[in-house]
Design a protein around this ligand. Structure first.
Ligand SMILES: [Zn+2]
Length: 355
């Protein structure tokens, strides 16, 4: 079988051979294209693997290379698109990318913002990853008054989606630098408490690895059909953080695809109609600013159990979105400003919608 696999994949990159299939903490992730023979096959695939993109007549599926046989057992006609989806990002040489925050500069910039604006911003650590890395949060609140709607903006749930961290810092810096100068920004910050969590999954982020300790973190949250789970440490920590705050809405930034998405993800059923209306309205307005697609997650991708948006909506009926930025997980640094710009107005509209 192995021979056949390699025969079928003459374009396997040299780095793919060098890394073999990776290790438990840092598995090589492959992408496959599947045209499912029926919907029940596709449902079985989506239960186990992540549907990354929807194409005209099929789906792009992310599969750890060492588990490729599981996919091929479900869909023998699946064909390999890329053996190592992150090989092009030069993950092995240990260097970070110019223009991007590494884990150290994420912390130092959050601390610097908090110390430069003590009246607005508070730096905190809300837990630890499985490998012991601190989980950072910056609280932004222009008004000490109680009961401002609380908002949570998160990124790098998938540790290889570096552009999310830059967009999050772009929004944070837009609000901090505009406060007291721009009336709209000042109002947003005075009327909300906004929590920025740039790196949900630091063990993945430091490796530019999508997974956290070998598991897909955006499949780790409990959902209504599977309420009893024991999620990875970084997910458990943000669930506890969420439980301790009165979060009215959240955006979990991912990349890529240009999509603004709302629950449910685990089923094609709609959320309660009043909530469906609110989700539709806010995502439509956001999408009008940047041309992204918007809609319920299965309508844009496929059913996906265990995602953050489902969990946050399920627990508190909060306005919880998953947003896929642009068209690349790690665009060239010169493009970062463009991705921040195309997401800034949408983020402002989202926060303003929470009263
Ligand atoms: Zn993602």
């Amino acid at each position: 079988m192995k021979t056949l696999f390699f025969l079928l994949c003459p374009a396997l990159p040299a780095s793919g051979f060098a890394r073999a299939v990776g290790d438990a903490n840092d598995p090589v992730l492959s992408s496959y294209f599947v045209v499912p023979k029926d919907q029940s096959t596709m449902r079985s695939i989506a239960k186990v693997f992540e549907v990354e993109h929807r194409r005209a007549n099929g789906y792009e599926i992310i599969v750890p290379a060492h588990r490729a046989q599981e996919l091929l057992a479900l869909a023998p006609e699946a064909h390999l698109i890329e053996f190592d989806i992150n090989a092009k990002y030069d993950r092995l040489n240990g260097k970070w990318l110019a223009g991007y925050h590494d884990f150290t500069t994420v912390e130092s910039e959050l601390r610097q913002i908090a110390s430069a604006h003590p009246d607005l911003a508070t730096f905190d650590v809300y837990g630890k990853s499985k490998e012991g890395r601190p989980l950072f949060v910056l609280k932004l609140a222009g008004n000490a008054k109680q009961n401002q709607p609380e908002v949570m903006l998160t990124s790098a749930t998938h540790g290889d989606e570096l552009i999310g961290v830059e967009v999050l810092f772009g929004i944070l810096n837009g609000l901090v630098s505009g406060y007291g100068k721009d009336t709209r920004v000042t109002d947003i910050v005075n009327h909300h408490t906004i929590y920025f969590i740039p790196v949900i999954n630091p063990d993945g982020y430091i490796r530019k690895q999508r997974y956290a300790n070998g598991v897909d973190p955006n499949r780790e949250y409990p959902w209504p059909e599977t309420p009893d789970r024991n999620p990875n440490e970084c997910i458990k920590a943000v669930m506890d953080f969420f439980a301790q705050h009165d979060i009215k809405g959240s955006i979990d930034y991912h990349a890529s695809g240009g999509m603004i998405m709302f629950p449910w993800a685990y089923t094609e059923d709609s959320v309660a109609s009043v909530d469906a209306k609110a989700f539709e309205e806010v995502t439509r307005r956001m999408a009008a600013t940047n041309g992204y697609q918007h809609g319920q997650i299965p309508a844009l991708l496929y059913t996906a159990p265990g995602s953050s948006a489902d969990y946050y909506y399920w627990k508190k009926a909060s306005l919880s979105l998953g947003l896929e930025i642009g068209d690349s997980k790690i665009p060239s640094a010169s493009q970062i400003g463009k991705y921040v710009k195309e997401n800034l107005e949408a983020a402002y509209l989202f926060i303003e919608s929470l009263k």
